[in-house]
Design a protein. Structure first.
Lengths: 429, 458
């Protein structure tokens, strides 16, 4: 992420809103700068960080767009890897030995019978190094001496500028006390990142579908507008951008200081996340289940549509995202949530059972792998239905249970008014 | 399901079933229902303990360890230090001790740690002081000491951190420390710095300072020291202690010439820089903030940018001119066998000197263990000289040097006095000397003039 001095000059304030001045990724002049830097960086593979910094200084010269140049360079550095020179002994040990002979000079005098070169040779002999190598390794633990070993992603001018824009947006959140987001897909990844960055959230269903989520940190409610979690919020931001549709409202206290300001972003902005979406399926079991449903039931037989992780069960300060939702295509209100409990660590399972209990959710159907050594007892005070299976869930049994559950929860099925043919599974994506 | 309380990111969280909550008479005041959980700031832990017991709430907060510390510091406590400790014990190990600078506050702290004999975190305002506490605790307890700041993060049962980094440390490890010590505790009411104390559940707290903030000074901010640390338990005034004795010293200035090439480059850069500043009348229009204005302009005005770079260039020439290195070399030869401290303006020059003369160097990059090694070895004579940039300026104990050589520095009087203090803090009287090496007819001379402090004011 960029340092705050690279963000500050690009903050723009108007009324009570703050924004950050982003760059046009297609602008040929900016692309040229990006191209120069990518090229220059590649030329420095195998060179030390300080040599790279000097080259960057020279490139920058007296240009006034140094905030951009340094920002792009920071993105390059962050994606790259610098490795310390291999040393036979820790550099601090080498220094200890050499410095105990100093101060030394290029020439002798009465009180300094040893020259610098002689001191180097003496110590080099003791540690089995060449004097010039010893000289080079003296400060090998300073980052300035690390060598550029891997320049990171294969940047193009456009991708580098795009990433720079994303980092600018993140940077605004350094001064954020809390943010409110609305999102309507990809929940599992969202929760995963919220947890990863140790943020606290409060979620509720939004009017237009999806969820509205407040994000801050544990101490936030007790201190007014702490900026303690700004870095975590900034780190989290790209997670939001892997949702298909989202918006964000951040409460920001810019360092230029005019009190609280609002920073807004939504999915219509051109920013792209570099976070990876988690795979289509968390486990083989889920993939197989979806596949079998498609094969045996699909939209040809029956009246159910299977969607993946499209609903959230809110449980106070935690959530549960069931693996699948079966929606009755004749009456969208008739829904059954399906959670597959497969091959897992006992601790994970315990947490899962606790969550299921807390959910107290009659429309939840649990498919539990028998080999797990869980008995019916574990699920005793759970409102949900449970089906145990040996190798994989039996589709027929599952669908029968689903039918009887819907009957029980929602009452008898309404008479079908719409002919089957007109149903389109297009809402899926 | 039984109710329990646990620590999370600086808060205490009640974990209980709906049923249990209904059964409880009432949840006491500091707890608030936040996002469906009862939660409060962790510093309420001590006062809440009896309520947890009463309600049979399982206490999952403490993760602190009992230790088997042995104090290896053989210095005997002064009367006032004993009284301070007794007063702190009598106040249930909560509160602040106010003692004048140099009267051994830290010795009170090490004894407090030994008495509590459990994992402890020490908060200090600067990295310099962090380093000093690291040495002190290492020597006092002869055990590994953790440090947590920008440059290093190692958390151990005894850990020192800066107020700046404390929030992150406490959010993660707050419940692993039973005793919280805040050095220079008067900083605590500051906006963000108090948060760390707020987020710590440690039941035992000790504040140390020479200047306790008045109620007025505290009132402007968000929390009061008495809430966070406890009341003042002991105060000792300065006049009651014996004054410190300063060593004899003299100052000396050495002026060096730029080489012909350096002079040409310097004059050209200086002309660009001052030309712009004068032409735009920045000093007139912006007063002391003129430099800030120059930086602001340089983000879009090419002439301002060139002026700013020219200024940097001029400073660089002055700081690393050949004459200064020649003078340094002569001084090192002349003062052979004496303890010498060398001050530079930038890290780059400090490392150049270290490498050229094989002299140990301390900068902000130097980790605590190596710092300790360098200063210990300087103290016992294994190292004759140490070169440093700005890091030793802060209120840090450094072995007395006989010679201080200032190769570069700002115009700040404060820095000058601090550097002077490095050679003045003496046990035995001996003539010390502070030598400033200046480049003739450059910005160096003006700075030296401005930082000059009449002797009687030092």
């Amino acid at each position: 992420m960029l340092t705050s001095d690279l963000i500050r000059p690009r903050l723009r304030m108007q009324g009570s809103t703050v924004s950050v001045e982003m760059v046009d990724e297609q602008n040929p002049v900016l692309q040229q700068t990006a191209r120069d830097l990518i090229e220059l960086f590649k030329q420095h593979i195998g060179q030390s960080q300080s040599v790279w910094e000097e080259a960057l200084d020279i490139y920058e010269g007296s240009r006034v767009d140094y905030v951009l140049i340094r920002g792009l360079a920071k993105v390059l550095i962050d994606g790259a890897e610098f490795t310390p020179l291999p040393t036979p002994l820790p550099p601090a040990t080498l220094r200890e030995q050499l410095f105990s002979r100093g101060p030394v000079f290029a020439s002798h005098d009465l009180l300094h019978p040893t020259t610098r070169q002689e001191a180097l040779e003496e110590v080099a002999g003791e540690v089995a190094l060449l004097p010039q190598d010893l000289d080079a390794l003296l400060f090998a633990d300073r980052h300035a001496t690390y060598l550029l070993s891997d320049p990171g992603p294969a940047w193009t001018p456009a991708t580098l500028l795009a990433r720079y824009n994303l980092e600018l947006a993140r940077g605004v959140l350094y001064w954020a006390s809390h943010i409110t987001i609305e999102a309507s897909s990809n929940y599992k990844d969202l929760w995963r990142y919220i947890k990863l960055f140790k943020l606290m959230f409060w979620a509720e269903p939004a009017q237009n579908g999806g969820y509205r989520i407040d994000l801050d940190g544990p101490i936030s409610p007790f201190v007014s507008a702490t900026l303690r979690y700004g870095r975590q919020l900034a780190a989290f931001l790209p997670a939001l951008m892997i949702c298909d549709s989202w918006q964000m409202r951040a409460h920001v206290y810019p360092p230029q200081g005019r009190g609280e300001m609002i920073y807004r972003l939504d999915h219509t902005c051109s920013l792209h996340s570099h976070f990876k979406r988690s795979g289509e399926f968390d486990s083989r079991l889920e993939a197989d289940f979806a596949h079998e449903f498609e094969q045996k039931i699909g939209n040809k037989r029956g009246h159910w549509r299977l969607t993946r992780e499209s609903e959230v069960v809110l449980l106070g300060d935690t959530v549960m995202v069931p693996d699948f939702v079966l929606t009755d295509t004749d009456d969208e209100n008739r829904r059954i949530l399906i959670e597959l409990v497969g091959f897992w660590h006992p601790q994970y399972l315990r947490r899962k059972i606790e969550k299921v209990r807390a959910a107290n959710c009659p429309q939840l159907l649990l498919l539990v792998y028998k080999g797990l050594n869980v008995t019916g007892e574990a699920f005793q005070d759970v409102a949900s239905e449970v089906i145990f299976f040996q190798h994989k869930p039996v589709m027929k049994e599952v669908m029968q249970t689903v039918e009887s559950m819907t009957q029980r929860i929602y009452g008898p099925r309404p008479k079908r008014k719409i002919p089957k043919k007109r149903r389109q599974p297009q809402e899926q994506e | 399901m039984d109710a329990s309380v646990f620590f999370q990111g600086g808060t205490l969280v009640l974990h209980q079933s709906e049923q249990h909550i209904r059964d409880m008479e009432h949840i006491p005041a500091p707890f608030q229902l936040v996002k469906s959980r009862w939660r409060c700031e962790a510093y309420h832990y001590g006062p809440l303990l009896s309520w947890f017991r009463e309600q049979h709430i399982h206490n999952n907060v403490p993760r602190w360890q009992r230790l088997a510390l042995k104090l290896h510091d053989t210095r005997e406590l002064h009367d006032y230090q004993v009284k301070a400790l007794d007063a702190w014990e009598a106040a249930a190990r909560r509160g602040s001790v106010v003692l004048p600078t140099g009267s051994g506050k830290t010795l009170v702290a090490t004894h407090a740690i030994r008495q509590v004999n459990a994992s402890t975190v020490v908060l200090v305002p600067t990295i310099g002081l962090l380093y000093q506490w690291y040495c002190l605790l290492t020597n006092a307890f002869q055990t590994e000491i953790g440090v947590y700041y920008g440059g290093e993060k190692r958390v151990l049962p005894l850990t020192v951190t800066t107020y700046h980094s404390a929030g992150d440390l406490i959010a993660e490890y707050g419940n692993t420390f039973k005793l919280l010590i805040c050095d220079e505790v008067h900083h605590l009411p500051a906006k963000t710095w108090g948060e760390a104390a707020l987020m710590t559940p440690a039941p035992y707290r000790l504040g140390l300072t020479a200047t306790y903030p008045t109620e007025l000074e505290q009132g402007g901010d968000r929390w009061e020291l008495d809430d966070l640390i406890g009341p003042i338990v002991y105060t000792q005034r300065l006049e009651e202690l014996v004054g410190k004795q300063l060593a004899e010293y003299r100052t000396q200035r050495i002026r060096v010439n730029l080489t012909a090439d350096e002079r040409v480059a310097y004059d050209a850069a200086y002309a660009v820089y001052t030309g712009f500043v004068n032409e735009r009348g920045l000093r007139r229009s912006h007063g002391p903030a003129w430099l800030h204005e120059l930086m602001r302009l340089s983000a879009f005005d090419p002439a301002a940018r060139r002026a700013f770079l020219a200024r940097q260039q001029a400073q660089k020439i002055v700081e690393s001119c050949q004459g200064k290195f020649a003078a340094l070399e002569a001084l090192l030869r002349e003062h052979s066998g004496e303890r010498i401290l060398i001050f530079t303006e930038s890290n780059a020059v400090a490392y150049t000197i270290a490498s050229q003369y094989l002299i140990p160097v301390i900068t902000h990059e130097t980790h605590v263990a190596e710092r300790k090694h360098i200063l210990d070895a300087f103290q016992d004579g294994r190292y004759q000289a140490v070169v440093t940039s700005k890091v030793l300026n802060e209120g840090v104990d450094v072995p007395e040097a006989k010679v201080a050589i200032v190769l570069g520095g700002g115009a700040s009087k404060r820095e000058y006095i601090q550097r002077l203090g490095r050679i003045l803090r003496k046990k035995e009287p001996l003539q010390a000397v502070l030598i400033e090496v200046l480049a003739r007819k450059t910005i160096d001379e003006g700075k030296a003039q401005r930082r000059r402090v009449p002797r009687e004011q030092c």
